[in-house]
Ligand binder design. Structure first.
Ligand code: ADP
Ligand code: MG
Length: 252
């Protein structure tokens, strides 16, 4: 299986002198192309830091990240930003969008920076994605005139504009009610079934249970791992039970 990301011996510390502590403590992670992975763990265990390290968003103090066959440490910041823009998508708990632009314009904004692309194609692509995630009728709305779930869908459209190889989601359903959260997971499942790898940080066993592999982090280390099969809704209760049992077993 081809790997989209390999993180080897990742070390990252914060603080100085006696106060210095490792937030990533010799972490090894491999993500296959097209894989659907969740990261769980207590607050402060290093989940976001790991995601930032794997995406080259943040530098590391030790170890190596290989993305799509390339060692990320050889790239200058501009080239890294290019790789992120073209091959990675990011979705956060609250999408950061500009208040003075409507939903469609917010979705296309990052793509407009790439002057190799044609504006009408960009608009067409955005509209196709909006339709796919069920917000086609909202394109002219202000970002303050839509629900949290709808805004998150717009954030997902924005992340998908470049046809990324992987989507990173840092607690993407954390601010949503459970129905909206499951709807967002339906969208991630669809994206994943079309071949895009998805890596999500979540506290919620019901969310993690819909992925195919879960990494459990504690104090900067991956302390446990669980393999599930690709999602079929027939056995979701069973999957949630398994995840909950593992969380209890490792005490997180
Ligand atoms: P998680 O996402 O699992 O909640 P984080 O990766 O955000 O955890 O953070 C792990 C630890 O690193 C926390 O103790 C946090 O306070 C610390 N940390 C994260 N970013 C910084 C930073 N820029 N400066 C100092 N400490 C940081
Ligand atoms: Mg975090």
């Amino acid at each position: 299986m081809k790997k989209i990301i390999i993180g080897e011996n990742l070390v990252k510390s914060f603080g100085e002198g006696n106060e210095k502590y490792r937030v990533l403590d010799e972490v090894f992670v491999e993500i296959n192309e097209g894989e659907f992975v969740a990261i769980m763990g207590p607050s402060g265990s290093g989940k976001s830091t790991l995601m930032f390290a794997l995406s080259g968003m943040d530098d590391i103090d030790g170890g190596k990240v290989t993305f799509d066959g390339k060692d990320l440490s050889v790239f200058k910041e501009n080239d890294l930003a290019d790789i992120r823009r073209s091959k990675m998508g990011f979705v956060f708990q609250q999408p950061t969008m500009l208040k003075n632009l409507n939903i469609l314009d917010n979705i296309i904004l990052p793509s407009m920076r790439d002057n190799r692309k044609n504006v009408s194609e960009i608009n067409e692509k955005a509209r196709t994605l909006m339709k796919k995630v069920g917000i086609a009728e909202l394109e002219k709305r202000d970002i303050t005139q839509v629900s949290g779930g709808q805004l998150q869908r717009a954030g997902i459209c924005r992340a998908l504009m470049s046809n990324p190889k992987i989507i990173f989601g840092d607690e993407p359903t954390g601010a949503l009610n459970s129905k909206s959260a499951q709807d967002i997971m339906d969208i991630f499942s669809d994206i994943n079934s079309e071949g895009t790898a998805v890596m999500l940080v979540t506290h919620d066993a019901k969310i993690a249970a819909r992925t195919e592999r879960i990494l459990f982090m504690c104090d900067g280390k991956v302390v446990s791992e669980m393999r599930l099969q690709k999602f079929y809704d027939t056995d979701i209760d069973d999957r949630i039970k398994k995840v909950t049992a593992r969380l209890q077993e490792i005490g997180i």
